[in-house]
Design a protein around this ligand. Structure first.
Ligand SMILES: [Zn+2]
Length: 566
């Protein structure tokens, strides 16, 4: 055994099994199985949404042979849509989770980016910022400067609609490291909605008036600082990992760059750097999984029929690690092996507490991730980094002959450029200045195309797939004035690897439905993550009024009867 700490590692027997396991068998779409039809006649009592942050669709085929537990169970036993792609350009966490939670796209739900330039407040706002609610703190330390809610999410989630339409009223729990992930899945309410911040978990009065006793008890009995001194080592033998360790460009500032990773922080103390080490390790996903399992037990989710409940979990560590080490790293592969075990424990808890066949799971990702550009360049493929300060400078300089010396750009958030108040209207009235600005951005290394926000709608469906994807993700007043499409494998310079475009590495994710209503197998019809809750809503017998997704009827074993009175 390589790992010396808590049993987040595979047993020796399972390691052997993991190495020996063949790739998942490819199956054609099967006919409905008789016993599954029989089970499906009862409506599920728990709807589980699992999001894996930055989960590329091709990880299933590239690394899936290393998984033996929960992910393996969902892949082998679920209905898997292998051509699931976000149809919008801005593939980031807040947009993705709002899409998963509501079954709509950013042009409908309004969560266009993680942060956008708020033209009214003349500053950058996070998608879940809300100064009207109060933080609820599970642990030590000062109150955070900002609190969070779903106030900016403009349509109800599946969980919101279950609260509105199901009777008896469901219980809803959502857990993630990130506020935008937990809230994107939960929406505008819920019994327990938790996210992580600086060494403790938080919620806000948007979800409950006071702290929830069982979360207080759990976090007190299992303080994160108890993980101080633990070590993250590889869970599989070296030979089991694809690609090279310490690949070109992998870097996490302030940290050693290869296994083992010590949870001791920079100063050998329980301080901010320890908590960062912890957050960038599989221990953080395990903790999120443990809070989800505790919610199942404490709220008796799925266990008090005829009540039907919702559990949403978003695992974030893959995203943090992927940004720092890239999609070919041993770190990413190990996070997935350990997440496979964490999801396995969650499913086993659901088996024990709710019962096999009594719950359904929908699993997807909020976006993928680019390769590290330097690794692509080393292979002779065009790749690089777009300098966002260079974009800003190019625009300001292009406007000097028209508007005089000055600053005109408020913010450049990767693909979205925002002008200072009044500038955009002046530009629209000055065609030569507009042309100069667009040409200047096109001249920045790595830029493929530039779009005026006021022309996107007319270009939707015009045969330009980039313009169409940008229109699907566009929300007037929140999106940028000018939208910038990078060339493929060119990313903004702010991370080792990142996401946020419509290229397949960013846009393609898994989509798996698991449980009695679904016929296991591989489905090759085009799908989007908005189909997840649209399909769960169909199984639950409720309506999502604004859904952009569609019911994946081909994966249902039969019509699901909705019990009378619910
Ligand atoms: Zn990310």
């Amino acid at each position: 055994m390589r790992l010396v700490t808590r049993p987040i590692v595979l047993t020796a027997a399972l390691v052997v099994a993991a190495i020996a396991a063949p790739f998942a068998q490819q199956r054609t779409e099967p006919a409905a199985r008789p016993q599954a039809v029989a089970q499906a006649t009862a409506s599920p009592s728990l709807f589980v949404i699992i999001s894996i942050d930055q989960m590329r669709g091709d990880y299933v085929t590239r690394y899936g042979h290393q998984w033996t537990r929960g992910l393996r169970r969902l892949i082998d036993g679920g209905a898997r849509f292998t051509r699931t792609v976000y149809p919008y350009f801005n593939t980031v966490t807040c947009a993705g989770h709002a899409t998963i939670g509501t079954g709509t796209f950013p042009g409908t739900h309004g969560m266009v980016l993680n942060q956008w330039f708020d033209r009214t407040a003349s500053g950058t706002t996070n998608c879940t910022d809300d100064t009207t609610v109060t933080p609820l703190i599970y642990g030590d330390g000062p109150a955070p400067a900002k609190s969070n809610s779903g106030a900016r999410l403009l349509v109800p989630t599946f969980a919101d609609e279950m609260r509105a339409q199901a009777s008896p009223a469901p219980r809803v729990a959502a857990v993630s490291l990130k506020a935008r992930s937990a809230i994107g899945l939960a929406g505008h309410g819920g019994d327990v909605v938790l996210w992580y911040d600086s060494g403790r978990f938080l919620s806000s009065t948007a979800f409950s008036p006071t702290r929830t006793p069982f979360v207080d008890a759990y976090t007190t009995q299992h303080p994160i600082r108890a993980d101080f001194g633990r070590t993250w080592t590889k869970s599989l033998p070296d030979a089991a990992y694809l690609f090279e360790d310490e690949g070109l460009g992998e870097k996490l500032v302030g940290r050693t760059q290869s296994f083992p990773y010590q949870m001791t922080g920079r100063n050998n103390a329980v301080d901010a750097s320890f908590y960062t080490s912890w957050e960038y390790s599989p221990l953080a996903d395990e903790y999120v999984g443990a809070l989800a399992m505790e919610s199942v037990r404490a709220l008796k989710l799925g266990q008090e029929a005829p009540r039907r409940d919702v559990l949403a979990v978003s695992f974030s560590v893959l995203d943090l690690i992927g940004h720092a080490y890239g999609p070919r790293s041993h770190e990413v592969q190990d996070v997935l092996v350990r997440l496979d075990a964490t999801i396995g424990r969650l499913l086993e808890t659901l088996d024990a507490e709710v019962g096999r066949g009594r719950y359904v799971v929908g699993l997807t990702g909020d976006h993928g991730v680019s390769p590290i550009p330097e690794q692509m360049s080393a292979l002779g493929i065009d790749a690089g980094r777009i300098s966002l300060p260079a974009v800003r400078t190019a625009v300001d300089q292009a406007l000097v002959p028209f508007f005089g010396d000055g600053k005109y750009v408020a913010s450049v958030l990767y693909t979205d450029l925002y002008f200072l108040p009044g500038v955009w209207d002046r530009l629209r009235a000055a065609p030569e200045a507009m042309t100069a600005v667009l040409d200047a951005i096109r001249g920045v290394a790595g830029v493929s195309a530039v779009y005026r926000s006021d022309e996107l709608e007319a270009r939707r469906g015009s045969g330009d797939p980039v313009a169409t994807a940008m229109a699907v993700g566009f929300f007037a007043g929140r999106s940028g004035d000018i939208l910038i499409a990078p060339r493929s494998y060119w990313i903004s310079s702010t991370s080792v690897a990142t996401h946020g475009t419509m290229y397949e590495y960013d846009a393609r994710v898994p989509l798996i439905f698991y449980g009695a209503p679904f016929a296991p197998g591989e489905y090759t019809a085009a799908a989007t993550p908005a189909d997840l809750v649209k399909t769960l809503a169909h199984v639950a017998g409720i309506t999502l009024p604004r859904a952009d997704g569609r019911v994946r009827g081909e994966a249902l074993v039969s019509q699901i009867p909705v019990p009378a009175g619910r």
